[in-house]
Each structure stands twice: as C-alpha cells, then as structure tokens.
Write a protein that binds this ligand. Structure first.
Ligand SMILES: [Zn+2]
Length: 474
C-alpha cells in the first residue's frame, strides 16, 4: 500500500502552507506524504472520513501538567480527547512524567520542564549559582528540556529568580516562570517583576492571563499594563489560557493551604486563608476538587468534594472559577503593530487538570470574530512548534509529522486526533498508546532507559532562543 492512512473529505486549514480548501491527506510511516484533492483511497490500508469537518495541524499545548500530583495517569488521555498531539509539561519532575508516560501514554509527544521548589530540590529560597547550575544539568540529563520556576506557588528571592533565569540562558536550557517572588505574589506586579528579572534574556512567562484577576487594580488596567510590558519585551515567550478555572493544590499544613495561590483564591471570595476556609469554599461551590471519574479527571464541588478532599488528607488539586473574561479575551487576541500576536500561544494549563478547553472555548473566539480560524491554528500549533523548535510540526505538508486534529467547528469539539500518523482518538474514544519524549541530546539515554522513544531537539536552535536575535533587537 502506498499509504497507511488517508484522511479525506475535510476542509484543511493550514496557514503555514497558505491552504484553506477541501483536500485529502495521505500518510505513511508517521509522515505526511501528499496533500491534494481526490487521493485514491484504494491505495491506503486505512481511511478516515473528515467530511464536513475542519482538518488542522495537531494542537501543541505549551502548558500542561502530566506528573503524579496533577494526575498525569489521566492527563495523557485527557489531552488526546482534547485534540492535543504535543504538549509541554510545566512542572515535572521528569522522572514522574516519564514513568506515567510509559504506563499511560496515548501516542502524543511530550516535553518536560523540571520544577524548582525551595526546600525540596533547592536548599532554600535563595539558592546560589552553583546549586542552580547543578539542578539545570541534572534536569537535562533526566530528559527535561529545562526548568520551571514555580514562584507563584513556592517563591524564591527576586535575586535568586534572576540568577536562575541567567543560569538557564547560559546553559541554553528552556526556562519558564510562574511569576511570583518573596517580594511580589502571583499577581500583575509579580509578572511585571518577572519581565524585569529576565532583563532581555529568554524567558517563558507562564499563563499570562492568570496574573490579572483584579488583586491590585481593575482587571483591565492590570491587563493593559502587562500587555504593554510584553510589547516592550519581545524576548518573553508566553501563553495564555481561555478557561475560567485555575488549578492549584489544596494541601494544608499547620492549619492553612501551603500554596500562596490557593490562599489568594480563598481571600478573593472572602474565605479565610485557612484549612477551615478551604473546606468552606469547597462546600459552598467556590472551590472545585479535581476527582477521577470514568478514567479522566472531573470537577466536583459541594459535600462530595469536601469528602474527597478529606479522603486525600487535603492533598487534592482544586480549581476556582477565578479567571475573569476580559484578560482571557485580550491576551488571546492582542497584536503588535506588525500584526504578530503579543502572546505566543493559546494553552490550557490542563493535561491532568480538567480544563483542556483550547478547542471548546477557543473556537468561541473564532465565532466571535476575535480570531480567524487561521489565527487560531497559528496560536495553537504554528507558533508553539516554532517556540519549541519542532521544525516538522505546525503544518500539513509533505515531509511534516502526521500530527492532525479534526474538528467539528459547529459543536466546538475535536472529532479525531492523529499523532505520528496514527489515529489516537476518534469520537471520544482514546485508542493510542506509547509516548514520544521531546528531549535534548543530553537526555536521550535517560528517555531510552524508560523504554520511551526520544525525539531530540536543540533548545538553542528553537524559537525560544532564536527570537532573541530575530525579534528583539534591543
Ligand atoms: Zn501550570
């Protein structure tokens, strides 16, 4: 047979190849062979009817969670269900993500950042440069492509944060930051401080919408301040998500939630930042526990949520509907003068956290005429592929990886997910297995030791660093 799979009859939206038309796609050995109308289906072992659907390059989600604490054992399935073919895990640890990928892989490709947490993998909130160097090298050897600073939850000093960003840049490792230091929390001042601490170097500022919840001023002012700072600092890579829900931990010690973010979510609605306050918020419908049901994580609230949280000895992931609509809309659509987007991608901060809604909510922006369908593809695939240095993704052209998402536009949901040339999800049934780990040359052996397939990328040659030369003449 000439092809393993032909996807036929759908409307292809492929801005990278300037194509918006009805076409068939012929796939072999995980690679797109041909894109043209009227491919002979008798030449394929398998065919997939995409009639009436939109066919787009596979979604690349630049911010997900697939470790144990964020229910990575369900996350892979949840991503396939959401039409995602490639994802960046934003906290690690790499060993956990790899172990769960081996157990519960659904055929997607995953890259990992190792989270940094004072008192756990660095000594305290002011780690010295040598300690940071060691941590970064260790992360790369463990298969991660870099590190994630988790200041929003577990802050370090601004100086140590700046040191970590510099160290990662010098090692040419990827570095992302959930803003927040011991000076500023996970609020707009923290995000503005993060951009200052980056000091023109490469930095991925995580989920930029999440800092604008009206903690200091009205959400519109906070949002515009952050948009302006991003406009002035094109060295910053960033994504925003479109869900109203956040995701954080409800784990309590000494009578209060350990996470600063959780405490802020409670006080925002007038609950005390204590364990009792956490319980009251779950009971009242302000907090939602992330609970497994039917092989995926779901959101539950009320008495049932309190019960589950107690069973977990408070160590449950919780979500609050705390993201106002204005920043979500603004960050998803804001553009520079030259027409490029200010925020690189639409992400979800999902995976094992049940809010993988890039398609479900993101297509609302298309229906609102806030984004064109081509722009949606740009933000969910083309640009993330560039940032992550995945040169064979983000387009549907001969030679490209056969990562494809088929969408029912009217109902705003993914119908099929094709990853590496295989159908891994169809009509809500996940049938993929295995996992490719996007890693650096340093991490290759470690990934192989898990029996997983490494895909080698060079962070230095990814858009994450290239943009410093191309987009940020200072
Ligand atoms: Zn996250």
């Amino acid at each position: 047979m000439k092809y393993d799979l032909i996807v036929y009859g759908g409307t292809i939206i492929d801005p990278a190849m300037n194509r918006e038309q009805r076409c068939d796609i012929g796939i072999r050995d995980g690679t797109i062979q041909e894109v043209s109308a009227g491919l002979d289906r008798s030449n394929a072992s398998e065919t997939l009817n995409a009639g009436g659907m939109l066919v787009i390059p596979g979604l690349i989600d630049m911010h997900v969670h697939l470790s144990k604490v964020y229910h990575g054992q369900y996350g892979q399935k949840m991503l396939a269900l959401a039409g995602v073919t490639t994802a960046l895990d934003m906290a690690g640890p790499a060993d956990e993500v790899l172990a769960l990928a081996r157990q519960a892989g659904t055929g997607i490709s995953v890259a990992v950042l190792d989270g940094l947490r004072p008192g756990h993998n660095v000594k305290d909130e002011d780690p010295a440069r040598a300690e940071l160097d060691q941590l970064i090298e260790g992360s790369l050897c463990n298969g991660a492509i870099g590190i994630k600073l988790r200041g929003g939850h577990y802050p370090m000093s601004p100086e140590a944060t700046g040191r970590a960003i510099r160290a990662a840049n010098e090692h040419k490792a990827y570095v992302a930051y959930h803003a927040g230091s011991i000076r500023h929390g996970s609020v707009v001042e923290g995000a503005l401080e993060a951009i200052e601490l980056a000091d023109g170097q490469a930095l991925h500022l995580a989920h930029v919408n999440s800092y604008c919840r009206g903690a200091s001023r009205c959400v519109i002012e906070e949002t515009e301040d952050l948009v302006n700072s991003l406009l002035a600092n094109p060295n910053i890579t960033c994504e925003s998500y479109v869900s109203e829900f956040n995701g954080t931990t409800a784990k309590c010690s000494d009578g209060r939630p350990e996470s600063q973010v959780t405490r802020r979510c409670l006080t925002t609605r007038g609950f005390p930042a204590t364990q009792d306050g956490m319980e009251a918020a779950l009971r009242s419908g302000w907090a939602f526990a992330n609970m497994p049901e039917g092989g995926i994580m779901t959101l539950i609230t009320g008495e049932k949520a309190v019960e589950f949280w107690r069973q977990m000895n408070t160590a449950a992931v919780v979500s609050f509907p705390i993201n106002p609509p204005e920043p979500r809309l603004r960050f998803a659509t804001a553009k520079r003068k030259d027409g490029a987007f200010v925020v690189d991608g639409i992400s979800t901060d999902g995976g094992g956290i049940p809010r993988n809604v890039a398609i479900k909510v993101g297509l609302s922006l298309v229906k609102l005429n806030a984004l064109t369908m081509a722009e949606f593809v740009h933000k969910t695939s083309i640009r993330p592929a560039y940032i992550l240095g995945l040169h064979n993704k983000g387009r549907l052209a001969p030679g490209a990886d056969a990562d494809i998402t088929i969408i029912d536009f009217e109902r705003q949901r993914p119908i099929s997910t094709i990853a590496n040339g295989r159908i891994i999800m169809h009509e809500g049934v996940v049938c993929g297995s295995g996992c490719r780990i996007i890693t650096t040359a340093q991490g290759k052996e470690h990934v192989l030791s898990y029996g997983l397939e490494p895909v080698i990328m060079d962070v230095a040659c990814s858009g994450f660093y290239k943009r410093l030369e191309l987009e940020a003449p200072r």
